[in-house]
Design a binder for this molecule. Sequence first.
Ligand SMILES: Cc1cc2nc3c(=O)[nH]c(=O)nc-3n(C[C@H](O)[C@H](O)[C@H](O)COP(=O)(O)O)c2cc1C
Length: 191
Amino acid sequence: MEVTQAIQSRRSIGQMKQDPVPRGLVEEVLESAVHAPNHKITEPWRFHVFTGKGRGELARARAEVARIQAEVEGEEEEFAAGRISRERKKAFRAPVVIAVISRGGRDEIETLENYAACAAAVQNMQLTAHSLGLATIWRTGPVAYHPYMRDFLGLEDGDRIVAHLYLGYADVGERSRRREPASSRTVWHEG
Ligand SMILES: Cc1cc2nc3c(=O)[nH]c(=O)nc-3n(C[C@H](O)[C@H](O)[C@H](O)COP(=O)(O)O)c2cc1C
């Protein structure tokens, strides 16, 4: 698939089949990430791949975050139980979930640029997956960013969660995309 075609036809797809993704394809997606530009060649990306029954580990972590959040918010037990159960299930929305982490840098700018490099890496992953006939969705949110999730993934100070990238085979048809043209966001300086 042409790069421009891949860029334009990629869509975030949340609804996926449970069909397993061959490990070789997941590895191809991961390999594409490390070709992203990165300043001073810090190679700041780290990945945790949850697949098959391995998603249970992520599910337990999500459930524990929900339990902590419910406790902090003083939520009633009945509601908390529903919340915990919903969070647990979210780990199984795709056959593969890849947590992408950006390592902290030696100073604030390097940390910022490491994150930028990892965002480029995630886009590489999404485009590669798309060209392989796989669907992706980049997810974050309060559960992904929670301190418990950071500890679970072994993050150190300065490290950042970039994405929980869900990967699998689409269970929905094509979606259209609305974007304002670049011209509406661009100022040209042409002398
Ligand atoms: C940093 C970041 C975080 C995102 N987090 C979520 C999320 O938590 N849940 C979600 O449904 N989509 C999330 N997305 C995906 C966007 O919703 C999606 O890219 C947007 O709707 C545009 O759709 P498209 O990717 O098909 O062009 C995230 C995207 C980025 C870049």
